[in-house]
Design a protein around this ligand. Structure first.
Ligand code: GTP
Ligand code: MG
Length: 389
């Protein structure tokens, strides 16, 4: 390749393509997937099994927040209710009506709730799974879609058992798991994930996340990793890794687009891309006010103040990149000049609107800073210690 900018060379290599043109096209496709792919998750199960509570937990909203799924009430309607993810509107979680009645017909049900809409199904039950759950799963399988059995309200079971002598949490969990799987043998013993919607850091929620991730196609995985709540250090690290692996694409997709001049920044950069990308990181890492206040409440510690340390987090909160006073650091970068040499016959960076170098730099810096703050917050909250107890 003619261009010798090590970051550009690296980005082209990361794309798996042989030329800059092909790599740029691939980058645009990847970024479009990252920012725009849709994911439709259906949550179904018996009336009162905790569907609405689970959906609220997945979306990171409290029951009394605006737009939360109403819980604790019996919904008799046969209509699916859609809940947008609060920070990723293209991720939609559907609250499907209960499947409790004895004359339940899985095929009719799936037609009514429009099975085709969903990427996968979560079948929830707060007791052992029954014939209706099995019928539904069979019908879903017929349509070549995936389903996951989730046993909810485990906190209730643990609370009841822990008063007993010789209580062993792992033993209780395996008894519940076996009991749940009893009626599922004809489906080939699918896994049952044990969860409580009141604390996603506990029990099998993380395993559920990993399983979904493994079984989803690549582009859907991006949506899942962005929207799914952070439930462990490992899950945070996965998110960080995914975004890191996208920096090349975001930077290449930016190269050649019209540059928006940013006050306070001396070099040309694709501010729109930087803002869009880092905003996704910010929400995916749980750094928004809502997520942090909930976490502070849970661990009874003030955590919001950590954000003030990050110039990137502040910039995102204010939805402007003008706050980023990084011009001094950028001035030392030669990448802007390298970028100019990408143009046929060279040319001025500003005129051509090439912004690979600065965009790349800001994304890397920004992602690192946000990732470190998210790590620090988890550490401060002592979440992983809480998990073991
Ligand atoms: N302890 C505990 N209670 C839960 C959990 N999830 C839900 N609940 C409670 O169970 C009751 C029913 O929960 P919902 O989320 O409304 O159940 P649903 O499946 O949406 O019910 P319908 O909409 O009527 O079909 C509520 O009182 C919830 O607070 C959980 O994980 N643990
Ligand atoms: Mg409900």
């Amino acid at each position: 390749m003619e261009n010798q900018d090590p970051d550009v060379v690296e980005a082209v290599k990361a794309s798996g393509e042989s030329t800059l043109e092909k790599a740029t096209a691939k980058a645009k496709e990847k970024i479009d997937q990252l920012l725009n792919v849709s994911l439709n998750v259906a949550v179904t199960g018996k009336t009162g099994s905790g569907k609405s509570s689970f959906i609220n937990a997945l979306r990171g909203v409290s029951e009394d927040d605006d737009g939360a799924a109403p819980t604790g009430v019996t919904e008799t309607t046969m209509k699916a209710t859609m809940y947008e993810h609060p920070t990723m509107p293209n991720v939609k979680i559907w609250d499907l009506p209960g499947i409790g009645s004895p004359n339940f017909k899985a095929d009719k049900y799936l037609k009514e709730v429009k099975l085709d809409t969903y990427d996968f199904f979560i079948i929830l039950n707060s007791e052992r799974f029954m014939q209706n759950d099995v019928m539904l799963a069979k019908e879903i399988r017929k349509q070549k879609k995936n389903f996951y059995f989730v046993r909810s309200k485990i906190d209730n079971d643990i609370r009841a058992e822990e008063k007993k002598k010789g209580f062993d949490e792992q033993k209780v969990l395996s008894i519940i798991r076996e009991d749940c799987q009893k009626n599922l043998t004809e489906l080939g013993d699918p896994k049952v994930f044990l969860i409580t919607s009141f604390d996603l850091d506990k029990y099998d929620f993380e395993i559920l996340q990993n399983t979904l991730e493994e079984e989803l196609p690549d582009h859907k995985r991006y949506a899942l990793l962005q929207a799914w709540p952070v439930c462990s250090t490992a899950s945070l690290e996965k998110k960080i890794k995914m975004f890191k692996g996208m920096i090349w694409a975001a930077s290449l997709a930016s190269a050649g687009i019209a540059v928006i001049p940013v006050p306070g920044l001396s070099a040309a950069c694709d501010a729109g891309m930087v803002l869009a990308f880092l905003t996704r990181c910010y929400y995916a890492f749980g750094l928004d006010d809502g997520s942090l206040s909930r976490l502070s409440e849970k661990v009874n510690k003030p955590l919001l103040e950590h954000l003030a340390k990050s110039k990137f987090a502040s910039a995102i909160r204010e939805k402007t990149m003008a706050r980023l006073q990084v011009s001094a650091a950028l001035a030392t970068l030669a990448t802007v000049e390298y970028a100019a040499s990408l143009l046929p016959g060279g040319g001025s960076v500003a005129a051509a609107g090439i912004s690979f170098g600065t965009t790349y730099y800001l994304l890397k810096e920004g992602l690192n800073e946000l990732a470190n703050i998210a790590r620090e917050i988890r550490k401060e909250a002592e979440l992983d210690i809480l998990c073991i107890n």
